[in-house]
Design a protein around this ligand. Structure first.
Ligand code: ADP
Ligand code: MG
Length: 240
């Protein structure tokens, strides 16, 4: 579904992604882990072209994303993204945050978009907050709204960039529960997280990245029981 072939990315002279080769198949849950500053967010952002790659090939469902001529809106609707900071519009109600993109991109009527929005709010367990403003919600609730907003576009892939890092410890679980339910429904997901227990539980594939290089790609069981790379072992031993 997603294929990186020898991808490099520079910010000016800084070589942030180095010779990235990675394949993500439909229905897979891929968890990217690695130290802060290692390039995890940049890798994720290349997938929906919030960042462009410098060289190599990045192919999404046979569409070459590295080709500047392609219409990014054609594939972006297939990709939902959830950030660490929820990026909700503060002056819009929860429901209006969610219907925006379906109305604009999928040209749904307001009523159609609202029906879909309510079904996703129900799915993430906060339909009763539809008419609240983001500031009236807890961080965990806001992040669940952000997930509902991503899902409302009916994407083929969901990307998550440290979705629980900004949350208080006691509400991390409610967001992980929503993500876990998505993994059970066969959604293709690429997740950057420091929640190792969650990673271990849901990941089909763990990708360990350090200093812009993928050092290890392994099943969750392999990675957590016996990481091959010394730097992965060091990383895990600092966390656990
Ligand atoms: P991670 O998500 O693993 O913490 P990032 O992908 O955010 O890492 O960043 C990787 C490196 O690239 C860091 O050193 C960061 O400072 C740098 N970086 C990220 N975005 C930019 C940018 N827009 N311009 C210049 N450097 C950047
Ligand atoms: Mg990051």
């Amino acid at each position: 579904m997603i294929k990186f072939k020898n991808v490099n990315k520079y910010f000016g002279s800084f070589h942030v992604l180095k010779n990235i080769d990675l394949q993500i198949n439909e229905g897979e849950v891929v968890v990217i882990i690695g130290p802060s500053g290692s390039g995890k967010s940049t890798l994720l952002r290349c997938i929906n072209r919030l960042e462009t790659i410098s060289d190599g090939e990045l192919i999404l469902n046979k569409v070459p994303l590295h080709d500047n001529k392609i219409d990014i809106n054609l594939f972006r609707r297939d990709i939902g993204i959830v950030f660490q900071h929820f990026n909700l519009y503060p002056h819009k109600k929860v429901i209006d945050n969610i219907i925006l993109a379906p109305m604009k991109v999928q040209r749904l009527s307001k009523d159609e978009a609202k029906t879909i929005a309510m079904s996703y709010l129900t799915r993430v367990g906060i339909d009763e907050k539809a008419d609240s403003y983001p500031s009236q919600l807890s961080g965990g609730q806001q992040q669940r709204v952000a997930i509902a907003r991503g899902l409302a576009m009916n994407p083929k892939i969901m990307l998550f960039d440290e979705p629980t890092s900004a949350l208080d410890p006691e509400i991390i679980g409610e967001v992980l529960d929503v993500m876990r339910s998505l993994t059970n429904q066969g959604m293709t997901m690429v997740i950057v997280t420091h929640e190792m227990g969650f990673a271990r539980e849901v990941a089909d594939v763990i990708v360990f990245i350090d200093e812009g290089q993928i050092l290890e790609v392994a099943t969750s069981t392999e990675f957590f029981s016996s990481p091959r790379e010394a730097r992965a072992r060091a990383f895990l031993s600092r966390l656990i």
